[in-house]
Ligand binder design. Structure first.
Ligand code: G3P
Length: 238
């Protein structure tokens, strides 16, 4: 059973409604502080945060069902999906199963899990209308190529800045603004995110200033000694 979120049109389980504004996607990766019981704990913190921002947890498929169950009002995405169906596909991630467990979107082509353009195109063909797909790009050229496939979002993340202490919005604001322009030129329906090193509310505000709809981040939250405070800071200027 799925309904449609009126502002973003994503397919979601009928009982789940999401607030919507600037997008803050927290990628749990395989950080120990965001896996298993810790994934559930972090998802509950995200769900409990009072903010107009649209928070999304991008979780391991191993944690998906538990996270959705523990934080039913939080938007939960996968970190990767494969364009396959039911059958003999050992070790691959079937979008339909993830959707059954409550995933309302996915990252694809993350710098740490690259795939071909064809993989992205086939996935986009396969997922239901409104399912959120955020295709990650290393630079403006890759972002342009991905935008032509019309995912929901393209997120630009220079690989060398991922996991670092300097936000892409300070280290390379040009790649953020030029990607925002390139994606809009390619298809105005595709949203733009940026990521790598994003840690503070000022970074998020600058991302919006540079023309994006929000951010994709990981270590700024997952590795923080106070994840609730890190999240509060991230949304503090929105
Ligand atoms: O997917 C988000 C990511 O690649 C950026 O990671 O740790 O630099 O926020 P981080």
């Amino acid at each position: 059973m799925a309904n449609q979120n009126s502002r973003h049109g994503q397919s979601t389980p009928a009982s789940r409604t999401f607030v919507s504004d600037t997008l803050v996607v927290v990628n749990f990766k395989t950080y120990e502080e965001a896996h298993g019981a810790s994934a559930v704990e972090l998802a509950r913190i995200m769900e409990g945060l009072e903010t107009d921002a649209r928070l999304v947890a991008a979780v391991s498929p191993l944690d998906l069902a538990q996270v959705v169950q523990a934080a039913p009002n939080l938007e939960v995405w996968c970190q990767h999906m494969d364009p396959i169906g039911f059958g003999s596909n050992t070790g691959w991630i079937n979008p339909e199963t993830a959707i059954q467990w409550g995933a309302s979107g996915t990252l694809i082509n993350h710098a740490e899990h690259k795939v071909s353009l064809e993989h992205v195109a086939m996935l986009l063909d396969q997922v239901p209308e409104g399912f959120q797909v955020c295709a990650c790009a290393a630079d403006t050229d890759e972002a342009r190529a991905l935008a032509a496939l019309v995912p929901t979002y393209v997120a630009v993340e220079p690989p060398e800045l991922i996991g670092g202490d300097v936000s892409v919005t300070s280290a390379d604001p040009g790649v953020v603004s030029s990607t925002a322009e390139a994606v809009k030129e390619t298809n105005d329906d595709v949203g733009v995110l940026c990521g790598a090193g994003v840690k503070t509310g000022a970074d998020v505000a600058m991302a919006v200033e540079l023309g994006t709809s929000g951010v994709l981040l990981a270590s700024g939250v997952t590795k923080s000694s106070d994840q609730a405070a890190a999240l509060t800071n991230l949304v503090s200027l929105l």
